[in-house]
Design a protein around this ligand. Structure first.
Ligand SMILES: Nc1ncnc2c1ncn2[C@@H]1O[C@H](COP(=O)(O)OP(=O)(O)OP(=O)(O)O)[C@@H](O)[C@H]1O
Ligand SMILES: [Mg+2]
Length: 222
């Protein structure tokens, strides 16, 4: 079982949105997925409560019980455990980094967000954990707008920060789907938002070396 922590010391960058959508995209390729909610705001747990599907399995945990929940996921035969964390350099966020095989760091492409992102990437680096920054909620301003973000991405890369290729754009389906315990991936499986999440998933599969061939073929979430 691989453990992926969604961490950003900055709030509102899309940790919960990206992780919940990603969980469904991993289930789509046949993986058994759990989510541990380490955020006292319980966002992902609230999302799970209104979901119609039993999957992914969601557990509300505290920093000191994280290890037990990860062990339980392993014993249940899960392939992947995602951890959602609070929006600060909290004990929870640090414990999640320590427990993770891979740290996913969502970042909005704004000035202050970019300034702040290296505090999270440095924590992952110091802990010896591979990580990837993903630009989320990129304003949909067409090719030119994306080129500007790609230039920022290249600057960060030149400074030694690992930034993933995919850009997740600002799309209303990400917020509207969450209100019914769903995701963009389930509500508009052929949409652009779902395609971006699947590209993110495929990058993470490679970077975190996630085995995808052990399970049966693609399936829909029940
Ligand atoms: N790509 C996106 N497109 C549109 N809305 C988005 C996107 N990503 C996130 N949002 C919206 O931005 C807000 C913050 O997102 P979310 O709660 O996922 O961030 P977070 O990092 O988990 O926040 P917190 O730090 O409070 O836990 C939510 O209202 C969510 O619906
Ligand atoms: Mg959150």
């Amino acid at each position: 079982m691989k453990v992926i922590a969604g961490v950003a010391f900055k709030g509102g960058v899309g940790k919960t949105t990206v992780l919940s959508n990603l969980s469904i995209s991993f289930i789509e390729i046949g993986l058994k997925v759990g989510i541990i909610d380490l955020d006292p705001q319980s966002s992902v747990s609230s999302w799970g409560e209104v979901r119609e599907s039993e999957e992914p399995m969601i557990s509300d945990a505290k920093a000191k019980t994280l290890g037990k929940f990860i062990e339980a996921g392993r014993n249940l035969g899960l392939d992947l455990m995602l951890i959602d964390t609070p929006p600060s350099a909290s004990i929870e966020a640090h414990e999640a980094i320590i427990a993770a095989d891979y740290v996913l760091i969502p970042c909005r492409p704004g000035y202050y967000d970019l300034k702040a992102v290296t505090t999270t990437t440095n924590s992952s680096r110091i802990a010896g954990k591979p990580y990837g920054v993903v630009f989320n909620a990129v304003p949909p301003r067409g090719e030119r707008g994306d080129q500007a973000i790609i230039a920022v991405r290249d600057e960060l890369r030149a400074a030694g920060v690992t930034v993933l290729d995919v850009l997740i754009h600002q799309r209303s389906i990400f917020s509207s789907s969450a209100t019914t315990g769903s995701t963009a991936v389930e509500q508009e499986p052929a949409g652009k938002a779902a395609a971006e999440i699947r590209s993110l998933r495929d990058e993470i599969v490679k970077q975190a070396n996630i085995q995808t061939s052990t399970r049966s073929s693609k399936r829909k979430v029940a």
